[in-house]
Design a protein around this ligand. Sequence first.
Ligand code: WTA
Length: 639
Amino acid sequence: MLPESAVREAEIHAAEHELYPPSPEVVRSAWVQDWESIARRAEADPEGFWAERALELEWFSPWNQVLDDSEKPFYRWFVGAKVNIVHNCLDRHMKTWRKNKLALIWESEKGEVRTFSYFALNREVSKFANVLKSMGIRKGDRVTIYMGRVPELPIAMLACAKIGAIHSVVYGGFSVEALHGRIEDSQSKLAITCDGAFLNGKIVELKQIMDEALKRSPTVENVIVVKRTGREVNMEAGRDLWYHDLMGLPIANGKCETEVMDAEDPLYILYTSGTTGKPKAVLHVHGGYMVGIYTTLKYVFDIKDEDRWWCAADPGWVTGHSYIVYAPLLCGATSLMYEGAPTYPYPNRWWQMVEKYGITILYAAPTAIRGLMRFGEAWPNRYDLSSLRLLGSVGEPINPEAWRWYYRVIGKERCPIMDTWWQTETGMFMITPLPCVALKPGSGTRPFFGIQADVVDEEGKPVKNGDEGYLVIKTPWPAMLRTIYGDPDRYVEQYWSKYPGLYLTGDSAKKDDDGYFWIIGRVDDVIKVSGYRLGTAEIESALVSYPAVAEAAAIGLPHDVRGHTIYAYVLLKTGQAPSDDLAETLRLHVGHEMGPIAKPEKIIFVDKLPKTRSGKIMRRVLKARAMGLPEGDLTTLED
Ligand code: WTA
């Protein structure tokens, strides 16, 4: 049991019998009106279900097998098929009226607007793909993308995918060491960045951070820089090139053949933190991933041509990859992408844009909802939010109080909330309501069609309804990660070794008598801060890289708005004295190495860290102690 289970338990208890039946207006025209019949059909024949969905998209040549499970857990989907996700995101729409439809509306923090039709987006992507080719980027090469939330970010991702290069996007809020580690592990040849990014009225010095990271990473031959802030930046002759200069060259032609890829060819890698050690590169592929994200966005958020979809995540994390960049384009939707913070300069920013663009579906993280809730109802109430028809939540458990506020104040009790549980590794929604499903505040309801999940004990046996246990997935799904790039053993070890045949999510959960799942939190060394996924190991190694520090342990403690906040326990080297100044220096050091989101809220100097006899830090004990809760079973504690 997690120390915070008790808190979550009370929330679940209060909301378990609070049922919100589906809204008849929403269901009447929804893609899926009857959950049971499709679920039954998909359970009986998951491969048939996914193959039918795959046929809604275009393939260069068909598969000869939907699922190959002969080398478990290295599952392969749509085996033998040829495809390219970008063909379905862009090229396909050039043959229809959607060519002239808006694909992307972008608004900056300052209120500047840029829009791209499918035609325009396709042209930009093709031009940039030609630029990449001219710089020697080929199928299979890795490209690191480290940018703010600007349209050139999805353009760069799509251009890579179009020519078969593997993109590795590093969240623009990360800093030097985090960026360096990811460039080095991926052995990227090329990096794409911006001269800076605007966030919360300030400038994030992306290029400067990139320069510093590259001093530590020798593989990168060139850096392409998008001008965003217009500030003077260092441009290294022979290495650094301006995006706008390159896009003005004759080589940046608007026609570019989309590379024919195998369904199982890599599309991208995305680093994420897990248990122990450095972050791992989760690998997704062109074929199955495309089918999974297309189907889930279409069914769960009921996407139609009339919709205006807004996924308010950051493209640098999986939510943005799947549901800002790829899936909306696969569905032919119009999306909004917003550069900045929800509260800058005022907490009206989001509601203003919902009204201005007639947003019909808003998908956001609980941390943002809680943050906006703090400012009161008057802010949203000033705007006409009647265009909204569906809401969504992702990234961490949503507490029933925030759920009810979102439902009542934003959705005016008309808009069902799709609380989607999933992970970087799953690629797509896994446990999620559909508009036709009755909701309970804080539950993701049931697994998506064709997916089987369960809650099990230490031995892998299902627990009783209402009991807490490990959340596992029992069957393969098309958008599942294929491996950890460069480390297949770790893939097997991390996800498939605790219970052979079951995929270990790293989450603790419970199931109620209606079969609804309730997520409690991470049981491993992952901390979710404002929905962002961080590893204790990375924070600790940033601390230890500071000369005065001998050992460190980081934990996440429950926080009202951010979900969790970081506390770090630090053991100094002999001769070093603890002080408030040193604590502040260490916080800044973590910020410099890892990024502002990883900065511990508090640094606590200790003489000893609780460890098991085998030397593993018992973070659970630190956490219980900090929360003033019972410390649980201490039999493995060293002394
Ligand atoms: C948590 C984000 C409760 C969970 C898409 C998971 C959630 C981790 C939910 C993955 C949700 C995500 N309710 N918890 N609706 N969605 N999580 O890889 O702990 O950044 O394991 O992917 O976020 O985080 P990741």
